[in-house]
Design a protein around this ligand. Structure first.
Ligand code: GLA
Ligand code: GLA
Length: 679
């Protein structure tokens, strides 16, 4: 059953915490929400203690009033199940709910999310509240979306308590059936770790030295599954009581420890919380990769930006505000990347608590605050953009994300270099394509890749034979695969493949890795490609390219003259291997060449500060041009184009252009080369 968000126009609004304010403020809130163009509001995220002030006694009166007030003002509701943070009475009655860290520290009540996701007690109480919420509000016409919990894993994504240990043992029993199979998979003959039965196993708590890496990897898998189990238990209650209402849980962009692909399968709509750091000149580039994940999580379907900040956040060491125009640009960036809504944390700036200096739509100065002015202006603009809804981003290039491999590569102190990470490699490769004006989708191992010309695999440390076979089939069908260093090294148990890397990727790539050659911190090496020298960092490899063509070689150092970048062509397809972490200039040159050879047009005029993204609807397409530079950028529009936002001749400094046009028409951008310098 497809459950969609029933809402007129682009979703615009944010988290609202009326429990922090006296009732007379609520009236003013709603009046100002209307002025700001708000049509969608999230409530009750952290309201459990107010909704169930003591065990089994529910008090819905205040929330009834809030929902009614919003509804009578035409504002729809994203209703949280309120299970994100357990009340103090529950913790004091069952202190074993509290999470425990790897070093055995019990985390106290006093912040939020103070529970272990494996706790059967927590689950029982959370499900009871979920059911009560669903029964109370499931039929209310204002309620359009269930918001389950909040940011799973934000504060606690791994727990080492007794309940978690018991849950882990159960998960292992189900996976391995016999202790012998576990001993083999975990390689317990190393360092005398042999287990006689499952009861002897504990989660990987702090130990005397490096921890068994397969135990650790299984604990990563388990922890993600355990949280997913809690989520799906709540979803099951909601589906039972309110089968028609869509369900979401808000993601935290790419950086978190949960397998978001699995979570996306269990929900109806993907939602993201995005907090690009205004102090980081590359933040918008990394945000574009985060958004690629949000649409990739449901095979390109539109998603919602459920939280962003109207200006500064309150949780970094230094919280820099967003300069005028930046919040608007960030909002349009999410829309460009397939979002059908732009929401904020939060509606009204708090007076107390840890987030009292976190920006909000309505700042401490009220209507006069800059954030209110900027947000209201955006809210008015978005009213004209309803036609965007449902359209999907067009991309020729995809990047593979595999959580198993990402987790396996994060094992500390057991790898050639602790500096290698999937996210580091992915961001480098994504930045190279971004800077060439090319949009990238993030896809999972099981997705249909047929619509892409190029599939980037920045790292696949853990590669299964099945995935290797899919990559081969993609190349054989004419696709281009690009694989980064230290891939195909281990199997699903984190055991090194016979013959070494790239293991099952050897037939695809035509190379063999003899030895990994990491660089000491801060060192740079060089490769030679087409007569030009380019830098690399972090890692290189001693490579034999018997069955591939060498495209670039190491230059200087111990690997001088040996292959660095190779390609193996098969039919119309090609498989590239990049054995070192190329620095930006070399990566850009290489990616440019790969895109050219694969027939992916780079977009002249786009660059680090000028992003161009296309969404394709049923009848027309929409091109977004986002100009983060300090000067205006001339554009030329195709015949018949309809300007929805901006000016038909140029995109102003820190400005936005949204154009509707025929599908194959192209919006041309004529930026000055200075604006295309790397950031
Ligand atoms: C020490 C230990 C060995 C091995 C090596 C690795 O020498 O005795 O068991 O771990 O370190 O360098
Ligand atoms: C997260 C949470 C919100 C709020 C914001 C602050 O996104 O979901 O409750 O704490 O962070 O940035």
């Amino acid at each position: 059953m497809t459950r969609t968000l029933k809402l007129d126009g682009i979703a615009f609004g944010g988290d609202y915490n009326p429990e922090q304010w006296p009732r007379e403020v609520w009236e003013e809130d709603v009046r100002l929400m209307r002025r700001a163009g708000v049509n969608f509001i999230t409530v009750s995220v952290f309201s459990w203690p107010l909704l169930e002030p003591e065990e089994g006694r529910f008090d819905f009166g205040w929330l009834d009033d809030v929902i009614e007030l919003l509804h009578s003002n035409g504002i729809a509701v994203d209703l949280a199940t309120a299970t994100a943070t357990p009340p103090a009475w529950l913790i004091r009655k069952f202190p074993e709910i509290l999470p425990v860290t790897a070093d055995g520290t019990h985390l106290e009540f006093g912040s939020r999310q103070a529970y272990c996701f494996s706790s059967p007690i927590f689950r029982e109480y959370a499900l009871r509240l979920t059911r009560a919420m669903a029964e109370r509000y499931g039929q209310h016409p204002a309620v359009r979306l269930w918001h389950v919990s909040n940011e799973y894993g934000d504060h606690v994504s791994r727990c080492w308590c007794a309940a978690s240990a018991e849950h882990f043992r159960g998960w292992l029993r189900a996976k391995y059936t016999s202790i012998g199979a576990l001993n083999e998979a975990w390689g317990t003959s190393c360092w005398g770790q042999h287990y006689l039965d499952f009861e002897a196993i504990e989660p990987p708590r702090d130990s005397t030295g490096p921890i068994n890496s397969t135990q650790r990897l299984d604990f990563e898998r388990f922890s993600s599954d355990a949280m997913l189990e809690l989520f799906t238990a709540e979803v099951a209650v909601l589906r039972e009581v309110t089968p028609e209402l869509p369900v979401t849980t808000n993601f935290m962009s790419i950086l978190h420890d949960l397998d978001y692909f699995a979570f996306a399968d269990a929900e109806d709509i993907v939602t993201d919380d995005a907090y690009p750091d205004p102090a980081d000149p590359r933040a918008h580039i990394d945000a574009s990769l985060n958004y690629a994940l949000m649409r990739g999580a449901k095979d390109g379907a539109p998603w919602l930006l459920l939280e962003q900040s109207a200006s500064a956040v309150s949780w970094r060491d230094v919280n820099v505000p967003k300069a005028p125009g930046v919040m608007r640009l960030d909002s349009y960036q999410a829309l460009a990347h397939g979002a059908d809504g732009v929401m904020y944390f939060q509606w009204r700036a708090a007076k107390f608590g840890p987030e009292k200096f976190h920006a909000a739509i309505l700042g401490h100065r009220g209507e006069a605050s800059r954030t209110f002015q900027e947000c209201s202006a955006l809210g008015a603009e978005l009213k004209g953009l309803g036609a965007l809804k449902g359209s999907r981003v067009v991309a020729d290039v995809a990047m593979l994300l595999d959580w198993d491999s990402k987790w396996a590569l994060a094992a500390p102190d057991s790898l050639p270099s602790n500096r290698l990470s999937w996210i580091g490699q992915a961001r480098d490769w994504h930045r190279a394509t971004f800077n060439l004006g090319v949009t990238v989708d993030l896809v999972r191992a099981g997705a249909d890749w047929a619509r892409y010309k190029v599939l980037m695999v920045p790292n696949l440390y853990l590669a299964t034979p099945a995935l290797a076979a899919r990559l081969e089939a993609f190349a054989e069908a004419g696709g281009t695969v690009v694989v980064g260093a230290f891939s195909g090294v281990v199997d699903q148990n984190d055991h090194v493949y016979d013959g070494g890397a790239p293991g099952p990727l050897r037939p695809l790539l035509g190379v063999e890795v003899d030895e990994v050659w990491p660089l000491p911190d801060g060192d740079t090496g060089h490769i030679m490609m087409d007569g030009a020298r380019h830098g690399f960092h972090t890692v290189s490899e001693w490579l034999d390219a018997a069955d591939a063509q060498t495209v670039a070689s190491y230059c200087g150092g111990e690997l001088d003259g040996r292959p660095a970048v190779t390609v193996r062509r098969q039919g119309d397809g090609a498989a590239w291997y990049v054995s070192g972490c190329l620095a930006d200039d070399g990566l850009r040159t290489l990616v440019r060449r790969i895109l050219d050879e694969s027939g992916v047009p780079v977009r002249t005029g786009a660059g680090p500060e000028i992003e161009v993204v296309v969404r394709r609807g049923v009848e027309s397409s929409f091109t977004f041009v986002l100009n983060r530079s300090a000067v205006a950028v001339p554009v030329s529009l195709p015949d018949g184009a309809d300007v929805l936002v901006g000016d038909s001749r140029q995109v102003s400094a820190r400005g936005v252009l949204v154009v509707r046009h025929e599908h194959e028409a192209i919006v041309r951008v004529a930026a000055d080369s200075a604006q295309l310098q790397a950031v």
